[in-house]
Design a binder for this molecule. Structure first.
Ligand code: DGL
Length: 287
């Protein structure tokens, strides 16, 4: 059983040359920005490409063979165009399925994002934890293996939220999103059993930390919300080796496979994450 995609146990990442690195951070949409901000915080020396496969968003609804084929096709284009030194798959829905195929296809290191089950099991006191994710991620064998391996002593509730990633995107784009809709998506995370209650919820979709303040406010009771972004950024930095001294400004770009649904507020939000240059790499879902 292979259960440590994030740390890459059993995966020997290629050795990187000592120079200013280019990091490609990839997601289906804007959720990967929550990982990007940690990566940029920990590696201010790196040039950054943020890539969103918005033509295929949301990944949570794609079946597994379609998702593998899609991510490989998009990555082929992105690697060809940007020549990254390292790729962060800032998407649980893709990482829990596609990392082995990506690592087999490309000779660059890939850092994945997978449900933070181990930290959740270490932090819970009630032994009732919830994994809040897309329907795709909760259905993965990989997710079930993680739970069997790291959280065998806990009762783990898998919550496949079909609308929450879309609601997070809408909120970031400045569209109205009601508390009622968010509360309905997270309600199944809160479980009471024999006087015990869920005390840890792991955010297993990179979109969800975009809504963290509202999740905290709309929670049935206070819980610890785990965001894996700092751990992913640490692993990224470790693979890149020591930070390089640079004199020229950092180059950043955001690239979208569609881009047509980006509103003014979305551009402002992207600029807030340090991404003022926005480009497209058109790749309709049908191909
Ligand atoms: N941000 C992605 C994740 O971490 C999922 C959103 C989607 O369904 O595309 O799983």
């Amino acid at each position: 059983m292979q259960v440590d995609l994030l740390a890459g146990a059993g995966y020997a990442a290629p050795v990187l040359p000592l120079r200013i690195p280019t990091i490609l951070v990839f997601d289906s949409g804007l959720g990967g920005l929550t990982v990007l901000r940690e990566v940029m915080r920990q590696r201010p020396d790196a040039d950054i490409v943020y890539a969103a496969d918005d033509a295929a968003f949301p990944y949570g609804r794609l079946d597994e063979p379609a998702l593998v084929a899609r991510v490989l096709a998009v990555m082929e284009r992105l690697v060809d165009r940007f020549h990254p030194d390292l790729v962060v798959i800032a998407c649980n829905t893709a990482s829990t399925l596609v990392l082995p195929a990506l690592r087999a296809r490309f000779a660059i290191p890939f850092v994945g994002t997978v449900p933070a089950v181990k930290p959740a099991a270490e932090r819970t006191r009630s032994h009732l934890i919830s994994v809040l994710a897309t329907p795709g991620t909760v259905a993965r064998d990989y997710t079930r293996d993680l739970i069997g391996h790291y959280a065998a002593g806990c009762e783990v509730v898998l919550v496949g939220a079909s609308r929450l990633a879309g609601l997070a995107e809408a909120a970031l784009k400045g569209e109205p999103v009601s508390d009622t809709d968010i509360a309905a998506e997270i309600a199944p995370c809160f479980v009471s059993r024999d006087g015990r209650r869920t005390d840890v919820v792991t955010l297993a979709c990179t979109h969800y930390p975009l809504l963290l303040a509202r999740l905290q406010r709309l929670a049935s009771w206070p819980v610890e919300w785990i965001d894996p972004a700092p751990a992913i950024a640490r692993r990224t930095s470790q693979l890149l080796g020591p930070a390089q001294l640079r004199t020229e400004p950092v180059a950043t770009v955001a690239v979208f496979t569609d881009g047509s649904r980006l509103s003014g507020p979305a551009h402002i939000a992207l600029a807030g994450f340090g991404l003022a240059r926005i480009e497209t790499e058109p790749l309709p879902l049908a191909i």
